[in-house]
Design a protein around this ligand. Structure first.
Ligand code: NAD
Length: 478
């Protein structure tokens, strides 16, 4: 169940409405359009785990939206809101997201209807291993069929348990580690996965601000420097996005909204300190260094340049869309804007950087992790020192020439250090992510500016994604 009011379409219907708006502008055979839109299948499992002396029953789902490419990919969410409609909506978004950023996967998503804060670590491990067992048995976790990743309420720890569960059940599978992504580094993970979605948000905004016409369309000028940003949800995605944008791009995080209220400071909040407080106290209440506002929702409507919803779906809906003052909204969460709110915001000229693009950093780096697991070698391991040796040759030659010319000029020491250092895995991952975010933005932008009948980035993104999925189905003879 999303945060949207009951009089609005469900999350899945909302995604379908957005799909339909794009598909109406395309020339797809009607049968193919329907084939792409519908969810291929959803598996529901109810399982019991003995906890605190009695058996508790849990309900979990794994939806597979499209298998035009395999494996299918998508996170596993732990939240009380999880239901079939939600996982189907999220699985559909995964299909379009993977197509848009050219990650060679179909779309999937899973969820367990549980509030993880109600259980201790040992209990969560028991529950997770049992849920994973049910999915593994049916190839719904499998390196070449279905590869989960973290989502709301799950992280590296849960992915490590799932990977270990798969390895225990498939002792001879040499590619076992590729069965889930988002694992810790020491369990087959990749450098930069934890920060990836937030980092992708930063790269998406940087790319947006490289195009003055796009910035102007959102009623702004200049760069990210000094822009006022409000973030909802300081979890994995929101925290990393807020941290990078404030520390590296000069943006000011003027508002942070969490479950128990919000903090507001026009001169900019210290993201690290707020995050530290949130982790230690489980909420923002009592944070001493900023104005706190009990009604968090109201802060979403306050004056700012960029609004980044990074918590859950349906938070910008028919009841508040008219009041949102941000000129640019970046959907770091999946589905934070309902289809109805999207209509209102577009008619008001608000520019929206849509979820299928904006939060694709996670799946992009998951793709790199999966490739790393299948190739059984860390990125950069073969090239790094060789690259450094070649750079050293160039520097030695420059210094020899300089000496021959009577020491006329000197290379600055910082240049030498930077130039000499071969790229490690983290640098390569960031480079691949940056390239992906830039390329995907360009492909959406071409449609946004290139067609008279497309007036927003979401429709453009859907058109690019649907076209790619359609091409892949056509190649299979469908
Ligand atoms: P998370 O569990 O790490 O963080 C979610 C945060 O939102 C928490 O701090 C939580 O307290 C807060 N929150 C929950 N309900 C709230 C409410 N009603 N109001 C304000 N804050 C609230 O989850 P995450 O991984 O950061 O995921 C957030 C969103 O990003 C989800 O929509 C998820 O699908 C999407 N996403 C995540 C990833 C990823 O790699 N983790 C990738 C793509 C998309």
């Amino acid at each position: 169940m999303s945060a949207a009011p009951a009089n609005e379409p469900t999350f899945r219907q909302s995604v379908d409405l957005m799909f339909n708006r794009a598909a109406a502008l395309m020339d797809l055979p009607p049968g193919l359009e329907e084939k792409i839109r519908v969810c291929n299948g959803v598996y529901t499992v109810r399982f019991g785990v003995r906890l605190r002396g009695q058996i508790q029953t849990f309900t979990g789902y794994r939806a597979v939206h499209s298998e035009h490419m395999e494996p299918v990919k998508g996170g596993i969410r732990y939240a009380p809101s999880v239901d079939q409609d939600e996982v189907e909506a999220l699985a559909a978004l995964m299909t379009y997201k993977c197509a848009l950023v050219e990650a060679p996967f179909g779309g999937s998503k899973g969820g367990l209807c549980i509030d993880p804060r109600d259980y201790d670590e040992h209990e969560l491990e028991q529950i997770t291993r049992r849920f994973a067992y049910e999915l593994i048995k049916r190839d719904l976790i499998h390196p070449s069929q279905n590869v989960p990743a973290p989502d709301m309420g799950t992280g590296e720890r849960e992915m490590a348990w799932m990977a270990d569960q798969y390895a225990r059940m498939n002792t001879t599978d040499i590619n076992a580690r590729a069965c889930v992504t988002g694992k810790p580094l020491n369990a087959g993970g990749i450098a930069g996965r934890v920060e990836a979605t937030g980092r992708g948000v930063q790269y998406a905004l940087r790319e947006f601000f490289r195009h003055p016409e796009d910035v102007l369309a959102a009623g702004m000028t200049g760069s990210l420097d000094g822009k006022r940003i409000i973030v909802q949800g300081l979890g994995n995605v929101g925290y990393h996005a807020a941290k990078f944008l404030s520390e590296e791009d000069g943006a000011k995080i003027t508002g942070i909204i969490e479950r128990d209220g919000a903090l507001y400071d026009p001169s900019g909040l210290n993201v690290e300190k707020v995050r530290d407080w949130l982790i230690r106290h489980g909420g923002l209440t009592g944070y001493p260094e900023a104005n706190s506002v009990a009604d968090g929702e109201a802060v979403m409507e306050s004056d700012c340049d960029i609004l980044i919803p990074a918590a859950l779906e349906g938070v910008i809906n028919l009841t508040n869309a008219h009041n949102i003052q941000a000129k640019l909204i970046l959907e770091a969460a999946n589905g934070p804007i309902t289809a109805g709110a999207d209509d209102i915001l577009r008619s008001r000229g608000v520019v929206i950087i849509p979820d299928l693009y904006a939060n694709a950093g996670g799946v992009t780096v998951s793709y790199f992790e999966w490739v790393k697991n299948l190739s059984h070698i860390r990125f950069g391991r073969m090239q790094r020192r060789q690259e450094e040796a070649r750079h050293q040759l160039v520097l030695d030659e420059l210094e020899r020439l300089d000496h021959a010319m009577g020491d006329a000029w000197n290379l600055s020491p910082s240049f030498k250090d930077k130039y000499l250092r071969g790229a490690d895995e983290l640098e390569l991952v960031r480079s691949g992510l940056d390239d992906t975010m830039r390329t995907a933005y360009q492909s959406m932008r071409e449609v946004w500016h290139g067609r008279n009948d497309v007036t927003d980035l979401r429709t453009a993104g859907f058109i690019v994604a649907i076209e790619r999925v359609a091409r892949s189905y056509r190649a299979k003879g469908l």
